[in-house]
Design a protein around this ligand. Structure first.
Ligand SMILES: Cc1cc2nc3c(=O)[nH]c(=O)nc-3n(C[C@H](O)[C@H](O)[C@H](O)COP(=O)(O)OP(=O)(O)OC[C@H]3O[C@@H](n4cnc5c(N)ncnc54)[C@H](O)[C@@H]3O)c2cc1C
Length: 326
């Protein structure tokens, strides 16, 4: 076992037994789907609980804050980067037992979807095409086309940074809500693994469903760099607005939530551009990086959207994505 801390700063407290490679001043650009961000003061990748503990130990000894990164598909790093240790959770194995799948939190959702299909397990097809890790998806209760993680999570194993202990939560204890969970509310909880409860199905049918969903996503979502839906779909009791939406779109709203994309269009902001950040023309709740966008461009555009939607429609939009390092 060997430490590999690429030190520029001699004051750093290392430990000869560390196995992880802690790097300094690493660009965060390639680690997010937005392809935006400054430098991480420290950066490392961890693939299991032991390595995670080493990284946390390093942060504690060197008195720096930590940020846990999955695939970076739901965040915006600041142009100034992150003045602490970014710990990227990678890989992770999956054990399948009957209709249960126990997956390491760093596994990509895409891999879990394919593995479920190959094992003839149904219930996760809706997640095809969502570009995050399974840990990130559980933390944000990711969802699409009327389904969400909440419906299939049986148990979640976490490491509590504050209490320094491992705990297991059942589905009810996870306190899942619309794009939220206990793990989003309590930043001390790092998800280590997730057990999903799926159902027996037919591989061919599952494969067909996945292909249909992937095609639908290709047709309706932008190809450009983004962090997915920027704002949550707000809950409203404005009957006039709901009626207008339902008549125009010929669909009923679900759970009193009105699509943020439609509100942004109603505010006249489809295609609105600030610097390199733009409201996507295909899906108005996506802010895309057209090439050289800075985090500042994105933040200014998001503020304009919030202000205009509030002024024109009296609705307050709230971010689904997370700002880091601001
Ligand atoms: C093109 C595109 C389409 C998308 N479509 C959808 C969609 O249909 N539905 C949807 O819900 N989302 C969608 N997203 C958003 C995103 O992919 C999901 O929210 C995804 O689950 C985030 O996972 P991640 O690993 O990328 O998390 P990251 O972006 O890396 O992190 C997000 C947050 O989760 C925390 N986190 C990550 N891993 C863990 C862990 N193991 N334990 C504790 N906290 C953790 C991070 O600290 C951070 O606070 C889309 C994004 C893109 C770019």
């Amino acid at each position: 076992m060997k430490v590999k801390i690429e030190r520029k700063n001699k004051e750093l407290v290392g430990n000869k037994n560390f196995m992880i490679n802690i790097q300094e001043n690493i660009s965060l650009v390639p680690y997010t789907t937005f392809r935006i961000g400054g430098l991480a003061k420290f950066f490392c990748e961890v693939k299991n609980q032991e390595e995670l503990k080493e990284a946390l130990d390093f942060a504690e000894k060197n008195k720096v804050v930590v940020f846990l990164l999955g695939k970076g598909s739901n965040i915006l790093f600041s142009d100034d980067g992150f003045a602490g240790l970014v710990i990227k959770l990678i890989k992770g194995a999956c054990q399948i037992s009957g209709t249960n799948m126990k997956c390491g939190a760093g596994m990509s959702l895409a891999k879990v979807v394919i593995l479920a299909m190959k094992t003839s397990l149904t219930g996760l097809e809706w997640a095809a095409g969502i570009p995050g890790t399974i840990g990130g998806a559980v933390r944000g209760n990711a969802g699409a086309y009327g389904s969400e993680m909440k419906n299939i999570v049986q148990a979640v194993k976490v490491f509590d940074i504050k209490e320094k202990q491992v705990r297991i939560y059942n589905s009810v204890e996870c306190e899942f809500e619309y794009r939220c969970s206990l793990f989003k509310k309590n930043k001390n909880l790092i998800i280590l693994s997730v057990t999903l409860e799926l159902q027996k199905g037919e591989t061919e049918q599952i494969s067909q469903k996945i292909q249909t969903i992937v095609k639908k996503r290709k047709d309706t979502l932008p190809k450009e760099r983004s962090a997915g839906s920027f704002f949550k779909n707000p809950i409203t009791n404005n009957k006039k607005l709901i009626k207008q939406f339902e008549e125009e779109k010929k669909v009923k709203i679900r759970d009193d939530k009105i699509p943020a994309a439609w509100l942004i269009e109603e505010a006249g902001l489809r295609g609105k551009k600030i610097g390199g950040a733009q409201v996507d023309k295909k899906h108005s709740n996506f802010i895309v990086n057209t090439g050289q966008a800075t985090a500042q461009d994105v933040i200014i555009l998001a503020s304009v959207i919030k202000q205009k939607v509030r002024e024109k429609l009296s609705i307050q939009l709230r971010e689904e994505i997370q700002y880091v390092g601001f």
